[in-house]
Design a protein around this ligand. Structure first.
Ligand code: ADP
Ligand code: MG
Ligand code: ZN
Length: 625
């Protein structure tokens, strides 16, 4: 911590008050008397003589040191004033004074001390009480301002920048707060044990890794895990975001790293958590080409490496860092003795999602019949943070409806809120649009329902969402599956094309409503060909590379131009045949399509059961048994 001046605000205030007191004494001794003198009127020596002879002067005082004469006289109205005039070498003055008389007829007082005009009480007030009050008030304001600048008791300011290191003496989080993530917790349990009992490790000569890297997509609980480690071990938790290191003046990043480690070793054992470490730890060879001005970041990184190498690992300072882009990290950071432990923190699976929902549901009043597995099944791919958000949204919905307890439907609605955006109550579809959207969605649902190996339809709605979707069909798989057969993939594409197929069959034309379906169908078809080895033409040849599973981007093609063209043809053929299959399915179920679309238009939202009930219902007067 290298703040300029006194570190402690209390100490600073003592300095301030001493300075204020000295100032006050100085003012009282020199400045105030002069100011008071401002009420003294300056007159010429002639005027003095005239006043004296006119019998107006009461008292006279000669100030040798200042070569002035002060005198008190009455004016024409009989009020007393103090006048001052220059001292003049007048040999007659003594005689004149002896001859003159005061207004009351007595002799003029000579060399006597002239009383000041202000009363002693006023003197005390202006000379002492008011200035002291003023300085105390100013001092308090100053103190408050300084405290604010320091960012409260938990954050310490560094240098002249505003970036902060946060210190929590106790995080209050434990592993019980982190649901799922069993492997990550197991890997971190060793660190907790070490912090509890370093001597056990030291006595045998074992030293723990100085740092561990938590790697995973955003919202999976990396920060939460780091806090839980500190909480479990009962040690202080220092945290700073990587971006805070680099956003300040040149040279500050490195200084901050030094300060961070200095503080941490004073508080050892403790946890130091560096979030978004990729912002400082970006690979140096990569970055050099992109922009030249990365000196600051590089210095910061070097300082971090130096500090990690320099400090004594047996003391109990453990550095945890988090990133969602491990592939961009500088190799030097990953060398032994630095962040040589890598702990994957993945998106939760079905069980994990149910567990996370339960952990967060403990904080709200939840109906005991709520089926968390059902919610978990509908939220494949959601992160812990999103699930936490869903529970909160559900509670908000219950409050809005004046209920004290969260029901299953609140949670289901919250799933859609978080996944698909809020319901747009004020956006109304025209009847024609509503008809198109209804047939489009029923198209998806029918194609899905009439294929084997396709996830059951859970809900169909034509209530628009803020995400822009005018309607959607929610399919929920009965179980988590990690493998997808070729048939399942193909059926999925057919289901995506089902919306457009229905529009074509019913209206003879189509709308822009299938844009998202087209994108998804194409992406799936493309990965069938290039990555999953599901085309006859290319067999098991790898045609694309995935740079990082966390980047979430599309795979890059890794093949010749001619092959790329053939891939496009293959993808198109796949989509076309899936589309044809969807059209066939819908043609075979025309009656049901009309019936279901009418029902959906009336209700706007229908459940999977209602959908299946109508689909399986035998037409009235049917001869089939
Ligand atoms: P990250 O640091 O990986 O981006 P966070 O630790 O900040 O994610 O998680 C954000 C929030 O999401 C947490 O505060 C917590 O409420 C919730 N959360 C995430 N993962 C979990 C989990 N495994 N168990 C319980 N809550 C979780
Ligand atoms: Mg985080
Ligand atoms: Zn669609």
């Amino acid at each position: 911590m290298k703040t300029k001046g006194p570190k402690n605000p209390k100490k600073a205030m003592i300095y301030y008050y001493v300075a204020a007191l000295v100032m006050l004494l100085f003012m009282n001794a020199f400045v105030f008397p002069r100011l008071m003198r401002g009420t003294v009127q300056e007159v010429s020596y002639n005027q003095f003589i005239t006043d004296l002879e006119a019998g107006k002067v009461i008292a006279v005082q000669e100030n040798d040191s200042e070569s002035t004469i002060t005198y008190k006289a009455q004016d024409d109205q009989g009020r007393e004033h103090i006048y001052e005039t220059a001292w003049v070498n007048d040999p007659d003055r003594v005689n004149r004074l002896l001859e003159a008389t005061a207004p009351d007829g007595s002799a003029v007082e000579y060399s006597g001390v002239i009383p000041t005009q202000t009363s002693p009480l006023m003197n005390l007030l202006f000379g002492l009480v008011l200035p002291v009050l003023f300085m105390v008030v100013l001092g308090q304001l100053l103190l408050r301002f300084m405290m604010k600048k320091m960012g409260g008791p938990n954050a310490m300011s560094f240098g002249k920048s505003n970036a902060k290191i946060y210190v929590e003496a106790q995080t209050g989080k434990t592993f019980a707060d982190v649901a799922g993530q069993e492997e990550a917790k197991e890997a971190l349990a060793e660190i907790v044990d070490f912090l509890h009992n370093p001597s056990k490790y030291n006595s045998i000569g074992a030293s723990l890794p100085k740092g561990a890297l938590l790697v995973g997509p955003p919202g999976t609980g990396k920060t939460l895990l780091a806090k839980a480690v500190a909480g479990e071990a009962g040690v202080p938790f220092f945290s700073i975001a990587g971006s805070e290191f680099v956003e300040m003046f040149v040279g500050m990043g490195a200084a901050r790293v030094r300060d961070l480690f200095k503080q941490a070793s004073e508080k050892a054992p403790c946890i130091v958590f560096i979030d978004e470490i990729d912002t400082i730890g970006k690979s140096r060879d990569n970055a050099a080409g992109i922009s030249g001005g990365n000196d600051e970041r590089e210095q910061t990184l070097n300082q971090l490496l130096t500090e990690m190498d320099g400090f004594d690992g047996s003391k109990g300072v453990i550095i945890l860092a988090a990133t969602n882009r491990p592939e961009t990290l500088d190799k030097a950071l990953l060398r032994p003795g630095r962040f040589d432990r890598r702990i994957p923190v993945e998106l939760p699976d079905l069980e994990g999602r149910a567990a996370i929902l339960k952990v967060h549901a403990k904080k709200v009043m939840v109906d005991e019949n709520v089926d968390f597995m059902a919610i978990a099944r509908a939220t494949s791919g959601a992160s812990g943070a999103e699930l936490a958000n869903m529970v909160n949204e559900a509670a908000l919905r219950a409050v809005k409806q004046n209920r004290r307890i969260v029901h299953q439907e609140d949670l289901m609605e919250a799933v859609e809120t978080v996944i698909a955006g809020y319901q747009r109550k004020n956006k109304v579809l025209s009847p024609r649009e509503k008809r198109i959207v209804a047939y489009h969605e029923i198209g998806h649902a029918l194609v899905a329902a009439k294929q084997t190996n396709s996830a059951p339809v859970a809900k169909i709605t034509i209530v628009p969402r803020t995400s822009g979707a005018l309607g959607y069909t929610l399919q929920i798989p009965e179980e988590e599956s990690n493998l997808m057969s070729r048939e399942e993939a193909f059926n999925k594409i057919a289901t995506y094309t089902g919306g457009r197929a229905a529009e074509e069959l019913i209206f003879g034309s189509y709308t822009s409503g299938a844009a998202n379906d087209i994108e998804q169908a194409t992406r799936l078809a493309r990965s069938m060909v290039t990555r999953m080895g599901m085309s006859k033409q290319f067999d098991m040849m790898a045609l694309a590379t995935v740079n990082s599973q966390y980047l979430g981007g599309d795979a890059a093609l890794a093949c010749s131009e001619g092959t790329a063209q053939k891939i496009d043809e293959e993808v198109l053929a796949l989509i076309k045949s899936a589309h044809a299959k969807a059209v066939e399915i819908l043609k075979d179920n025309m009656d049901k399509m009309h019936e279901l679309a009418a029902f959906l238009m009336e209700r706007e939202t229908i459940t999977g059961e209602e959908f299946m009930e109508i689909l399986n219902r035998q037409p009235e007067g049917s001869t089939f048994s």
